[in-house]
Design a protein around this ligand. Structure first.
Ligand code: NAD
Length: 248
């Protein structure tokens, strides 16, 4: 029986590299992206199935789960990866721009979790990896609202990790530094000019695969160029506050 994976933001960059990597390993992939043509193209390339959808709406994640179940009958791996830089200028606040960033980067992950966990459970368990960012652990002065959203999903992963592990579901995150994808195209020349090394999407995809199988609940893998991904360790704060109520 093939592994079935659902990947959001999979038409480009990191998500596309993950879809290619998992498909090369024999997985069947559900490719979800706002860019329907890009999703179709990649689905054709990897022999998966595409869904054009906006992850900031709860219906999108449910449609993706329904498609996985209808086509492949199960779900094993979920990569909640769709994300955008916010560009929000807090001194000239644009509410629509703010809501869009929060909608994709935070709501999209929450909706992705709530929609996929029931099918993961029915499939006997599985794993979720969220694409956070190095900006989920450290300050990125260039985009504080992006920094907020990426910290927020780290909090969700940490809060869910132990309770979901009791359901045989791992939830972990990757926290990559700057990666050479269309998301940072506007800054690429500056990075190259400054000799600043960039990750490749394939580097991050390899870390995502590692994160799927990381046993420590709530592993946050720091991914930086030229180094092996390492789990982030908090220091100086107490351990988790535990509760018995299943989160979902
Ligand atoms: P990318 O722009 O190449 O890919 C992002 C994909 O998400 C695109 O195909 C886009 O169409 C899709 N998308 C955007 N909004 C969507 C929505 N509402 N619904 C569904 N799909 C949507 O960028 P990337 O660098 O591959 O980014 C992937 C993830 O990695 C993002 O969460 C990003 O924040 C994170 N990240 C990127 C970097 C970097 O330097 N590139 C670093 C750390 C984290």
């Amino acid at each position: 029986m093939s592994t079935v994976a659902l990947i959001t933001g999979a038409a480009s960059g990191i998500g596309a590299a993950v879809a290619r990597r998992l498909s090369a390993g024999g997985a069947r992939c559900v490719i979800v992206d706002l860019d329907g043509e890009g999703a179709e193209r990649l689905a054709k390339e990897v022999g998966g199935v595409a869904l054009a959808a906006d992850v900031s709406t709860p219906e999108a994640s449910q449609q993706a789960v329904d498609l996985a179940e209808e086509r492949y009958g199960r779900l094993d791996l979920v990569h909640l990866n769709a994300g955008i830089s916010s560009g929000v200028d807090l001194a000239a606040f644009d509410l629509a721009q703010y809501r869009k960033a929060v909608g994709v980067n935070m709501d999209g992950v929450v909706f992705g979790v709530t929609a996929t966990v029931p099918l993961l459970k029915r499939s006997g368990g599985g794993a979720i990896v969220v694409t956070s960012s190095l900006a989920g652990l450290v300050a990125f002065h260039g985009d504080p609202v992006y920094t907020m959203t990426k910290h927020a999903v780290v909090g969700l992963v940490r809060g869910l990790a132990v309770p979901l592990s009791r359901e045989n579901i791992r939830i972990n995150a990757v926290c990559p530094g700057f990666t050479d994808t269309p998301l940072v195209a506007g800054m690429r020349d500056m990075f190259v000019g400054a000799g600043f090394p960039l990750l490749t999407a394939e580097d991050v995809a390899a870390a995502v695969e590692t994160a799927f199988y990381a046993e420590d609940p709530g592993t946050l893998l720091v991914v930086q160029p030229g180094r092996q991904p390492v789990p982030y360790r908090y220091s100086g704060v107490p351990g988790p506050v535990t509760g018995e109520r299943p989160p979902i």
